[in-house]
Ligand binder design. Structure first.
Ligand code: ADP
Length: 748
């Protein structure tokens, strides 16, 4: 089947696909088309990584838009939303408007009405549904990427419930679910009333094997000698072996720290293989990476990249990730060491994949837990670049004979696990039942159970009684906290319940926040940061060794600021949680006190992406707290707003006004302030040469800032920076080169 054989696409698209190098559809793609994916039929495609799932989705969306419909593409990670949007934007040449919905959960995204294709995470879609986004009922096609993630304890239930709701709102909705190869794709297809394309076809053949001793043994019975010297490790030997053949390697490890350490070590291997040209290109790339942020992570990444190796994990800034991925695809970088988190979404095929760590620390499991075969297979699926490599090789590492046998049994010969709904767990139901009631999908206990009947959970279980009993427990909780009211069998959300649902809060977070806010009329920022940090909506920082003492001390020192009663030291788990939240709160307080980003990452042992994540979550939770305080007429509303602004901009109180001007950010605000320009209004009146000096002579920036502050004539023509007006050097970053880097506070 060729692109020209696909029905219903916008004119010109088949030719365009051809130009992109798609001459023939891959067999699973052709099967999806035969099942009607371009005619509005629902399809579940369970196929290996890198076998062209995205095109299946694009065919569905484009043909749906061509029939005057509207499509939604649900991504599993926020980091992937803009990447997918950028990928789909090439369809704008065919009159298809593409929009991405990120940002806060509590808006209805009205502007998306005009888009033909919307890209969003499942959390965002869920929130759009809760907020009654006017275009949700216009959807004709929904794509769920990585639908096997319904199995994920934390995020799966949202995807599951969201798909059920969208199908309920739009009875004729086409659902295209893309999945890795899983054990029970048929069940997913049954649930979604979809045709099933279940295939293990790959565009390039894959050999899986285990390295032990001096050789890799592959699943096809072949062996490859890769000797490892006495004091040598397996990974560098395998990386060098791939490089000898001109190939690149992707190494999967189990933690960020390990990814960084491995990349640093492997840089010594790759450095020997670089040509002078590559060396100079890599050194330019390293500079670019350094410029992304002022942190140790950024410096470490740059140092590894200069030698031809990189690490890749969720603690990196998005710009870091895309620079690394592009350079790897261009074969400039020879090795990436990655954590599994991003294995699924990232399109970075390589000749060889090494799965170095197949166990990961799991707190709930209480130790190192083997990864699922599904996850390992997805990592292995990254091996082999179509058109570039003759084959792909995935290699697991064993240090003794028994492990070698175990790895073969557990992963090489094993089928991936079946996907299991995680909906019946209490935290998931708490959130989703309230939302289901609040947005009118159900008005009684029976109605709720009927709605739940449309979920994968219901497809997978004959035992209705378990779901019923959890539902009852959750309803009791919601009623006790005044989120719903019951009258006989009827259930209605209270005003508070509606607000909580629209704010996208876990009801337990909302209850915690409301209790905390009732405790003080004028809470301090630290008190508020601690309050939101201890809700289930904020992932806690781990307490490392020594932290218990540090934060116990801090806890007593500042106990009067903390909202609600501090648990006793003898309540081990609760006290430990309390301290972990205090650690997060202290990080936020540091950020809001203008402590440098790299000092923060060092002090708390986290990456720049983590700081950003905590800041974003805190900002969102504090906005929610502000709304709740307003709704309940609590005195704390002003303090909450101020604490939110400070964390949003990363500034002390006196800079809130200035930092709110677009293009200013924390560092520039501080320099302006030190030069005597203290408010937005000051910017409109200030001497331009002072402004220019405070902004380090950057004319374009200065003009933008003045314009954004509402100045009549922002032009900087003929203005000279006033050297006398240079601000207090204690706030000036070390060197000119780093002063305007987009560190967190200068994000725009
Ligand atoms: P998946 O989502 O299944 O992991 P992708 O959709 O990212 O895989 O596809 C992997 C690569 O294969 C992409 O670079 C894509 O352009 C290419 N590709 C997809 N379909 C075809 C085809 N029919 N012919 C040639 N290349 C294709």
């Amino acid at each position: 089947m060729t692109p020209a054989d696909i029905p219903g696409l916008p004119p010109g698209v088949p030719e365009f696909l051809r130009e992109e190098g798609i001459e023939e559809l891959y067999p699973p793609q052709a099967e999806a088309v035969e099942s009607g994916v371009a005619d509005g039929e629902s399809v579940v495609a369970s196929v290996p990584t890198a076998s062209g799932k995205t095109l299946v989705a694009e065919l569905a969306m484009l043909s749906s838009v061509q029939r005057d419909g509207k499509a939604l593409y649900i991504v599993p990670l926020r980091a992937l939303a803009s990447e997918k949007k950028a990928e789909f934007e090439r369809w704008e040449a065919f009159g298809v408007d593409v929009g991405v919905s990120t940002g806060n959960y509590d808006s209805d995204g009205e502007w998306l009405s005009s888009c033909d294709i919307v890209v969003a995470t499942s959390e965002k879609v869920d929130s759009l549904v809760r907020n009654g986004a006017p275009w949700v009922d216009e959807l004709t096609c929904v794509v769920a990427d990585e639908v096997h993630l319904v199995d994920d304890r934390h995020r799966g239930p949202t995807l599951e419930v969201t798909l059920a709701k969208l199908r309920r709102v739009n009875p004729g909705l086409q659902v295209v679910a893309l999945s890795a190869t899983v054990g029970n794709a048929g069940e997913i297809a049954d649930w979604l009333d979809a045709a099933l394309v279940d295939s293990d076809w790959r565009p390039i053949s894959l050999r899986m094997g285990v390295h032990y001793g001096d050789a890799i043994s592959f699943d096809d019975g072949s062996q490859r000698e890769v000797p490892v010297g006495r004091n040598e490790r397996q990974t560098p030997a395998l990386v060098a072996d791939t490089l000898d053949e001109g190939g690149s390697t992707l190494v999967f490890v189990n933690s960020r720290r390990n990814a960084e350490a491995a990349a640093t070590r492997l840089g010594d291997v790759t450095a020997d293989y670089l040509t002078p040209d590559e060396r100079s290109e890599l050194s330019d790339l390293a500079e670019e990476i350094r410029d992304v942020s002022d942190t140790e992570t950024s410096d470490d990444l740059a140092a590894a990249v200069a030698k031809g190796a990189a690490f890749h994990h969720a603690g990196l800034a998005a710009k870091h990730r895309s620079l690394v991925e592009d350079a790897f695809r261009e074969r400039l970088l020879k090795v990436i060491c990655a954590t599994p988190t991003l294995a699924a979404g990232v399109n970075t095929p390589s000749r060889r994949v090494i799965v170095r760590d197949w166990r990961r620390y799991d707190g709930e499991f209480g130790g190192m837990k083997p990864l699922d075969a599904l996850e390992i297979h997805q990592m292995c699926g990254r091996a082999g670049r179509p058109g570039l490599d003759p084959y792909g090789e995935a290699v697991l590492l064993a240090s003794d004979h028994e492990t070698r046998e175990e790895l073969f049994d557990r992963y090489v010969w094993a089928d991936p696990e079946p996907v299991q709904s995680k909906l019946a767990a209490e935290p998931a139901l708490r959130t989703h039942l309230l939302a289901t009631v609040a947005s009118g999908f159900a008005r009684s206990r029976e109605g709720l159970l009927e709605f739940l009947d449309q979920t994968l959970y219901a497809t997978q279980t004959d035992d209705r009684s378990h779901l019923e009993s959890v539902t009852d427990t959750v309803l009791d909780y919601l009623e006790a906290n005044d989120f719903v009211e019951r009258d006989g069998d009827g259930i209605e959300a209270t005003g508070l319940g509606h607000t909580v649902s629209r704010l996208y809060l876990d009801p337990m977070s909302a209850a915690e926040i409301v209790d905390g806010l009732r405790d003080a009329d004028d809470p301090s920022p630290l008190g508020l940061y601690h309050l939101v940090a201890r809700t289930p909506d904020m992932y806690e920082l781990y307490l490392k060794s020594g932290d218990r003492e540090t934060y116990t001390e801090l806890c007593y020192e500042r106990e009067s600021e903390l909202l609600g009663p501090t648990p006793s030291e003898f309540e081990d788990v609760r006290f430990e949680d309390w301290l972990a939240s205090l650690k997060t709160a202290k990080l936020l307080e540091d950020w809001a006190s203008e402590i440098d980003e790299d000092r923060i990452t060092e002090r708390y042992g986290v990456g720049p992406g983590d700081v950003r994540g905590k800041v974003d979550t805190a900002e969102w939770l504090l906005s929610a707290a502000e709304r709740l305080a307003g709704e309940l007429d609590l005195g704390s509303v002003v303090s909450v707003r101020e604490a939110k602004k400070r964390v949003e901009y990363g500034v002390r109180e006196e800079l809130i006004d200035l930092a709110g001007v677009r293009g200013v950010g924390r560092k520039r605000a501080r320099r302006l302030f030190e030069a005597g320009i203290e408010t937005r209004a000051d910017l409109r009146e200030a001497d331009k040469s002072t402004v220019l000096a405070a902004l380090r002579g950057r004319r374009k920036t200065a003009e933008n800032v003045l314009e954004n502050a509402g100045r009549q004539d922002p032009s900087m023509d003929d203005v000279e920076a006033d050297a006398e007006a240079t601000p207090d050097p204690t706030f000036a970053p070390a060197s000119e080169a780093s002063s305007d880097q987009a560190s967190l506070g200068d994000f725009e």
